[in-house]
Design a binder for this molecule. Structure first.
Ligand SMILES: *Cc1c(COP(=O)(O)O)cnc(C)c1O
Length: 452
């Protein structure tokens, strides 16, 4: 029998308020495998830290979401929100499931083209579209979602010059009882600005109004907000039909569904709090079905769901660099991943599990990242069993926004691996190297030589 590992004894202050009524036991169960591959062997082969994407989870989640809508409404289309995770292989998984692309910049637009998405299936959103971007989108027949009047005027001029009719929608913002109001994007419904934009588009011979769009916010925990939003867009569509004899082809409800992560400061965990796809679908489709469209005029329903489709599929594997006692006696740990690659730790309390068998005894711990920066805190307080230098952990539900908002700061960004539906791992993004990062630096001739 091998000798048991020494674990130092702990005197623990009971910290009421840290667990909800459902307790925190799930954190204690080790996660030793991701999609049947041992965490240890993934780290041995690809290094630590390491992002791992489970392709099967993406497909299952997508199909659940699609099912929730398509069983309630005849005509549904998802468009993958590139900014949520634009690693090419991830986008391609969504495209093979049938999702179009939803992009918010020229950079993302070009990525979608390179991924083989036909132009008319790339929805072009966002407040920043250059004349060059707009020209490209008009030429490719992409649906352009106009954000403001200045863009509308540029687009009229560009389409006229190209002698083409641009396919457009407007982004509409509105009061959905969600505070604060997201009124910085698009045209406001309540003050009549959206209707002004519609009139200008209808009267322009170079613009073809094909849709109406909204994106009411993100991590919306109140499905009824979507009922209100869909009712308001449907009202605009029906007014367009009545006043201008013009059919709106689609209503695009944007993204914003909550994932199962737990927001900081939330008493209940995300798994108990997040509405299901069915809850959202019921609200949106009921609003459209109640709006007064005749059944043959029901517009296509587009959804641009981001985080709720990908968060669960991503895990971050990491390693303990050190254990430390803070001056006030609290235990702290230094990990090899920080806020540089786990941006969402600013607003989520991620579930973090040990990746090997561990003691049932836990101690409140501050979890730090490796950066030499005070802001680099992964969790201000997490109950964890004793972990030694070199032990591994798994951070759950990190698929959304981390692999796009991560920053190259102080250290290099790690590899991303995807485990396919047959259980085989593929590198889908290489780790950075010093050479890669320095490639864009230019040292002027007179600074080439230093002499110390
Ligand atoms: C970011 C964004 C989305 C995706 O939002 P989620 O909250 O991740 O679902 C969809 N549409 C637009 C216009 C966006 O900006």
């Amino acid at each position: 029998m091998s000798k048991l590992k020494y674990e130092s004894p702990i005197i623990k202050q009971i910290n009421a308020g840290i667990t909800s009524k459902f307790g925190e036991m799930s954190t204690l169960k080790p996660t030793t495998h991701i999609a049947n591959i041992p965490v240890k062997s993934l780290i041995e082969e690809y290094g630590s830290p390491l992002f791992v994407i489970n392709e099967q989870t993406i497909r299952n989640t997508y199909q659940d979401a699609y099912h929730a809508f398509s069983t309630r409404y005849p005509n549904v289309q998802f468009a993958w929100s590139y900014k949520t995770n634009y690693i090419d292989a991830v986008c391609k998984v969504f495209h093979t499931e049938g999702a179009w692309a939803e992009v918010v910049s020229g950079f993302e637009y070009n990525k979608a083209i390179k991924n083989g998405v036909p132009g008319d299936k790339i929805i072009f959103n966002g407040p920043d579209k250059s004349d060059e971007d707009l020209t490209m989108a008009v030429q490719n027949n992409s649906p352009i979602h106009i954000d403001h009047f200045d863009e509308l005027y540029s687009l009229i001029a560009i389409a006229e010059k190209l002698n083409k009719r641009a396919k457009v929608a407007i982004r509409v913002n509105m009061d959905t009882d969600i505070k604060p109001l997201w009124d910085r994007f698009g045209f406001n419904y309540e003050n009549g600005q959206a209707w002004e934009a519609i009139k200008k588009i209808i009267s322009s011979k170079n613009l073809d109004l094909i849709g109406l769009h909204t994106h009411i916010g993100t991590f919306i925990l109140e499905p009824n907000a979507y009922y209100i939003a869909a009712t308001k867009l449907a009202d605009l569509a029906i007014n367009v039909k009545n006043k201008f004899k013009h059919d709106i082809q689609y209503i695009d409800m944007g993204g914003g569904f909550a994932s199962k992560n737990t927001l900081k400061g939330s008493y209940l965990s995300g798994t108990d709090l997040a509405p299901s796809f069915s809850d959202y679908a019921e609200n949106i489709t009921q609003a459209l079905l109640n709006a007064g469209f005749s059944s043959e005029d029901l517009p296509l329903l587009i959804l641009e769901t981001g985080r709720a489709l990908i968060d669960d599929a991503g895990s971050l594997l990491g390693t303990v660099l050190a254990n430390k006692r803070l001056a006030d006696g609290r235990r702290s740990m230094v990990m090899d991943f920080g806020v540089n690659i786990l941006f969402t730790s600013f607003w989520y309390n991620h579930i973090i599990s040990p990746a090997q068998e561990c003691s049932l005894y836990t101690e409140e711990t501050v979890m730090y990242g490796p950066l030499c920066m005070n802001i680099d805190v992964i969790r201000e307080s997490i109950n964890l069993p004793p972990l030694n230098k070199g032990d591994h952990v798994v951070v759950h539900r990190v698929g959304a926004y981390n692999m796009t908002q991560w920053m190259q700061f102080i250290t290099l960004r790690p590899k991303v691996v995807m485990i396919d539906t047959n259980g085989k791992a593929h590198i889908i993004r290489e780790s950075e190297s010093n050479e890669y990062v320095s490639k864009l630096d230019i040292t002027p001739e007179y600074l080439q030589e230093i002499d110390l």
